[in-house]
Ligand binder design. Structure first.
Ligand code: FES
Length: 167
């Protein structure tokens, strides 16, 4: 069931109040809300401005500067494909092509049914295990799931994504 406006406002307020940073700033507030709600809504911008004593322009300025903030609700599942230098050398392009094809996307973004949000990542932090994909924050790589060659891994990733779409 969709969140009501009152529930959404309360979720924003809770995220703002729970910050345990020594200094609460526009950036710390944006991060707290994105962590808690998954995105920054227009109502969140309003509340951050009033909570931090900033202008709406100041808050939008910070929010739009960082590419990691999103301004619409994320899909049910979150997939990241690493295309950092090491993963690129280890075959990330083939994995990326398969993922885009399976999701019917041309670039990072959300599927039309909002089942999956896809994001490219510049390093998932385990380069030696590459090429890596993260599915709902679980890291998957050929060595990690026992796939012997790049094609097997691509097929495994496609199957995982296909199951996400059905789930
Ligand atoms: S470059 Fe992909 S995990 Fe580091």
């Amino acid at each position: 069931m969709a969140e009501t406006r009152e529930q959404h406002d309360q979720s924003i307020k809770d995220a703002l109040m729970k910050q345990n940073a020594k200094t609460v700033t526009v950036l710390s507030s944006l991060l707290a809300i994105q962590d808690s709600l998954g995105y920054i809504s227009g109502r969140a911008i309003d509340q951050i401005a009033s909570y931090t004593g900033s202008t709406l322009n100041d808050v939008w300025g910070v929010a739009s500067f960082y590419t990691n903030f999103r301004f619409s609700p994320p899909g049910e599942n979150f997939v990241e494909v690493c295309w950092g230098p090491t993963c690129h050398l280890l075959g990330a392009q083939g994995v990326l092509d398969c993922v885009l094809g399976e999701l019917g996307l041309k670039e990072e973004g959300d599927t039309g049914d909002r089942k999956v949000s896809l994001k490219f990542n510049t390093c998932l932090g385990a380069c030696s295990q590459g090429p890596l994909v993260s599915v709902n924050h679980k890291i998957i790589g050929p060595k990690l799931i026992g796939d012997a060659n790049p094609k097997d891994f691509q097929n495994s990733v496609v199957k995982i994504i296909s199951d996400l779409k059905k789930g």
